[in-house]
Design a protein around this ligand. Structure first.
Ligand SMILES: [Zn+2]
Length: 318
């Protein structure tokens, strides 16, 4: 019997049982989830391995880069990722930089949740935030921050002290717009990290892929893309870890294919870029359950190690 599935539906005597199962589970959850990712060296932790659909039972896109026991870089903050952030043991006060690939909800929905939580931490230094420029369809990174926390029109303007220069009371976010480029460009350097970006194609949505270098290791995050721009292959060249988004199955057509790369494209990019370790994330209802087909398509082109991500998975980068 699956207690999660039955709780709330079971009539009569089953309910008290469900309640105690729930209590028992909760008593042990924190210990089970308390992880020590990246306690030694560099590691990538998946906070959200799912897409926008809640029925995939995964948090939406979000990744942490750990170094020497501290979470230092956050890539995206999709729905559910703030809870996973807490479960991972990370601290907002430890972050050197926050990177957005784009501003679809499943990549940015928990941003305000993380920022609110950080207000209770003892952060003094600014938090640099980098993400794409805007267009008539999507806000820029600066607009996104001000739409939420700006002092006049921000939805959460009661927290404007976290953004607006001159307001006293807390550390400051520092949002920056990054122009997507065809060749990797250095965007940020600090705290042992160097960060590069390129543009990627994701419909009408200005989108970036990110490469994070630390301790002589390269970690690359595709974000959402159809994989048609060769810039991603350049960014991923010789990556020690490449996190690619498995949002559509092989044979996808129409809008799905226009927005996302099928397994054959992921495999080709991983092969062309000589990627050392491939992790597949952004798993959706249309790709979950098709792992064998996905693996087969990728292995026709790429022969290196490959894994399917789950929430809170930790991948040491060696
Ligand atoms: Zn997405």
């Amino acid at each position: 019997m699956n207690p999660t599935r039955n709780c709330g539906r079971s009539p009569g005597l089953a309910r008290p049982l469900c309640f105690f199962v729930f209590l028992f589970s909760c008593a042990f959850l924190p210990a089970a989830f308390a992880q020590s990712c990246g306690s030694d060296g560099v590691a990538v932790q998946v906070l959200g391995s799912g897409g926008p659909e809640l029925q995939d039972k995964r948090a939406s896109s979000s990744y942490l880069v750990w170094k020497d026991g501290r979470a230092r870089v956050l890539v995206d903050a999709g729905g559910g990722s703030a809870l996973r952030f807490g479960e991972s043991g990370a601290q907002m006060s430890d972050l050197d930089v926050l990177l957005f690939t784009h501003f679809h909800v499943d990549h940015s929905g928990d941003f305000s949740v993380l920022i609110k939580s950080s207000w209770f931490e003892d952060r003094k230094r600014p938090l640099p935030i980098y993400g794409p420029e805007g267009n008539d369809f999507m806000p820029s990174t600066k607009e996104f921050a001000y739409d939420l926390f700006g002092e006049n029109r921000g939805a959460y303007r009661y927290l404007s002290e976290l953004l607006v220069p001159g307001e006293e009371g807390s550390y400051k976010m520092q949002p920056h717009n990054v122009t997507g480029t065809a060749k990797p460009v250095e965007v940020f350097r600090g705290g042992d990290f160097t960060v590069y970006s390129v543009r990627v194609l994701h419909g009408r949505v200005p989108s970036l892929a990110w490469r994070i270098e630390a301790g002589g290791k390269r970690m690359v995050f595709s974000g959402d893309t159809n994989g048609d721009d060769p810039a991603l292959t350049q960014l991923a060249m010789n990556a020690d870890l490449f996190v690619a988004h498995n949002a559509v199955p092989e044979g996808a057509t129409g809008i799905e294919r226009n927005l996302h790369m099928p397994p054959s494209v992921i495999g080709q990019i991983a092969a062309d870029a000589h990627v050392k370790h491939l992790v597949l994330s952004h798993r959706m209802l249309r790709t979950l359950g098709k792992e064998n087909q996905t693996r087969t398509e990728i292995q026709k082109r790429y022969s290196g190690p490959m894994e399917f991500a789950n929430d809170l998975d930790c991948f040491p980068v060696r």
